[in-house]
Design a protein around this ligand. Structure first.
Ligand SMILES: [Cu+2]
Length: 129
């Protein structure tokens, strides 16, 4: 009888631990917009994104192409890199947190693998209040 009670106590504790873990998951921390950007050979879909100034976008980069791709967001000058996610392999999905610039305007995101931007891997992020 004593062993039986011990066993019940153990299972009760395990149950509590599992419950605690399950409850803590999820939740992106407020204000995040979740979306998917598909990457292919050679395109981004969508190639137009919008955000509020300073908004954090939760983006899943989904490489459905047969080539390696990357995602680079440039400042309005077209040179300064604001965000970079390198080497996304074919079939790979990567979650990123992209904080939009504070300054309203149009920003370009490209794949910097040679020839890919020229081939069409370019999109625009429009920041507007
Ligand atoms: Cu590419």
């Amino acid at each position: 009888m004593r062993r039986m009670l011990d066993l019940i106590a153990v299972w009760a504790i395990v149950g509590l631990l599992l419950g605690a873990c399950g409850g803590g998951a999820g939740g992106t921390g407020g204000g995040g917009a979740a979306l998917t950007v598909e990457m292919g050979d050679l395109y981004f879909k969508p190639n137009v994104l919008t955000a509020k100034p300073g908004q954090t976008l939760q983006i899943t980069l989904d490489n459905r192409g047969s080539l390696e791709h990357n995602f680079v967001l440039y400042d309005a000058d077209g040179k300064t890199v604001l965000f970079e996610k390198d080497a996304i392999q074919p079939g790979q999905k990567v979650n990123i947190s992209l904080k939009a610039p504070e300054k309203p305007g149009t920003y370009q995101y490209v794949c910097t693998v040679p020839g890919h931007k020229e081939g069409g891997m370019v999109g625009t992020l429009t920041v507007q209040p």
